[in-house]
Ligand binder design. Structure first.
Ligand code: ADP
Ligand code: MG
Length: 189
């Protein structure tokens, strides 16, 4: 939202991360490092969820997580940041919804609504994707998907929710860059 002085105020940014190629957990952690900073203040990251692929060709299971941030950057700049993070992980686009080292999608930018195909807000498939809703609920139990309702009620209604499994902390977790800098060991919740 832009105020009367033309100054955009901070809003909550919800990013969904996924990886199913190579060292999936390391890819997600590297993605967080690439995304956070320079106007995108990362505030929390969910537990890691292992999920069966939805759509696309036959491929390995994904690890998914949701990253929360606070930012006044325009959505298009955040999308560029996501694409830079994917490029840093050497993501190659061959088939649609094919395997990838990193997928970084914007789920919501505050309450902004956009039908622009280059940046649709909220993300047009978030409401039906358990691999987005489950980690989002994990990190923000009261979250609401603008225009759709509470994340908890959406998750309860999606058919693929049984294809999503929360990893135990010992199996893997992610940390924000600031947390990682404070402790050599990652700071799982
Ligand atoms: P997907 O994430 O659906 O598997 P891609 O990552 O290849 O597919 O994204 C395809 C295109 O979707 C991108 O080029 C981007 O411009 C567009 N897009 C539209 N809305 C969003 C959004 N909310 N988040 C990320 N990409 C989006
Ligand atoms: Mg994407």
């Amino acid at each position: 939202m832009t105020g009367s002085a033309g100054v955009r105020s901070e809003r909550t940014i919800v990013l969904a991360l996924g990886s199913n190629l190579g060292d999936r957990l390391a890819n997600l952690q590297r993605g967080i490092t690439e995304l956070c900073g320079a106007g995108l203040r990362c505030t929390a990251v969910s537990a890691v969820f292992e999920t069966a692929p939805v759509g696309g060709p036959d491929q390995d299971d994904y690890l998914n997580a949701v990253l929360l941030a606070s930012s006044a950057l325009p959505g298009r700049e955040i999308l560029s940041r996501c694409q830079q993070a994917e490029a840093a992980l050497h993501r190659v686009r061959t088939v649609r919804w094919g395997p990838r080292t990193l997928d970084a999608d914007i789920i919501a930018c505050g309450t902004e609504v956009s039908t622009d195909p280059l940046l649709t807000l909220p993300h047009p498939r978030a409401h039906e994707r358990a691999f987005v809703l489950a980690p989002w609920l994990d990190v923000a139990p009261d979250a609401v998907l603008p225009g759709y309702g509470s994340v908890a009620s959406l998750l309860a209604a999606v058919p693929d929710r049984d294809g999503v499994r929360r990893l135990s902390q010992s199996a893997g977790c992610l940390s924000l860059p600031a947390e990682a800098a404070k402790e050599a060991d990652s700071t799982c919740r």
